[in-house]
Design a protein around this ligand. Structure first.
Ligand SMILES: O=C(O)CCC(=O)C(=O)O
Length: 296
């Protein structure tokens, strides 16, 4: 497994990321990573959008978080000396499934704000339009707009639009107006986007699963931000912080991953309480779900 960068990140890639808000970096995680993550992903219970906060429970996800190039990639692109991990997720589009990802950006889901806040999407399977490759609107990180997310289960819209947010635009009705890019990817490629970049993805119409790991990552300028409840499992975790707080490097639930910490100081899983999403269809990774899956 490549623990460090397989290749340098070029100045063109950094420039693309900052200009477009999104960049696809080819071949950053080797086959050994992809094999081990795929194997682990297959054991994780939950629905398409409901597999999150995995690193405390699944060893390959823990290794990926603390001892892979992910942190250094984000640090290099965002120009931050440190990177913290708010959340990891595994998006699995089952074979021949209705698993459309509605247009959204991630910022409203994130318990952090700042300029150095990004997502990272790591592909574990070949991915193209047929199995739900993600589309991104270039430059949407510059719009200075915040959109209320719609439920991921395709059930329509949340009733409430919170202060400072608006309904997400009907992008598909006016696709010509936007600079939309889709990357066809191979296992080990990764796509990094600012948290305010709008993106969506189609169904998986193929006979094989489409698996991806995604991260919510933050740099040195990020601060904790309280977000409205019931938009996803991530906002049910009590991080014990108040809006505006610096997220400490040794936070047990949102730890620093770059610079890397010695293995012995990686945080141990901690007990926390879940609340069921009342509006969405999120299935949290819970102790009983883990037992059902035979994981420890
Ligand atoms: O992989 C997908 O289908 C969705 C990914 C996504 O929405 C994200 O990473 O924020």
């Amino acid at each position: 497994m490549n623990r460090g960068l397989r290749r340098p990140i070029s100045s063109e890639e950094i420039e693309t990321f900052r200009r477009d808000g999104v960049v696809c970096l080819r071949d950053m995680f080797d086959q050994e990573w992809c094999d081990s993550l795929r194997e682990s992903a297959n054991t994780i219970p939950g629905n398409y959008s409901g597999r999150s906060f995995l690193w405390p429970f699944f060893e390959p996800f823990r290794e990926l978080a603390f001892d892979s190039p992910a942190g250094e990639i984000a640090a290099t692109l965002m120009g931050s000396e440190t990177i913290g991990l708010m959340l990891d997720l595994c998006f699995i589009k089952d074979p021949n499934s209705k698993s459309l990802t509605p247009w959204h950006h991630d910022q409203p889901y994130y318990q952090m704000q700042g300029n150095q806040v990004c997502g990272m999407w790591i592909g574990l399977d070949h991915c193209d339009a047929a199995n739900g490759a993600v589309e991104w609107i270039k430059g949407s990180h510059m719009w200075n707009r915040m959109f209320e997310p719609d439920p991921f289960d395709g059930s329509g819209q949340f009733e409430v639009v919170h202060d400072g947010r608006e309904r997400v635009l009907n992008i598909d009705a006016e696709r010509d107006k936007y600079d939309i890019v889709m990357f066809e990817t191979e296992p080990g490629d990764c796509i990094v986007d600012y948290a305010t970049v709008l993106h969506s993805a189609g169904d998986n119409t193929t006979d094989t699963p489409r698996r991806a790991v995604t991260y919510a990552l933050f740099g040195g300028d990020a601060r904790f931000q309280e977000i409205p409840p019931s938009r996803g499992v991530e906002d049910t975790r009590d991080l014990g912080l108040a809006t505006g707080d610096v997220i400490p490097a040794d936070h047990e639930l949102a730890p620093q991953i770059w610079p890397k910490q010695p293995r012995g100081s990686w945080p141990e899983p901690k007990t926390w309480s879940y609340t069921d999403g009342t509006e969405g269809d999120f299935v949290a990774i819970q102790p009983d779900a883990l037992e059902q899956a035979g994981a420890d």
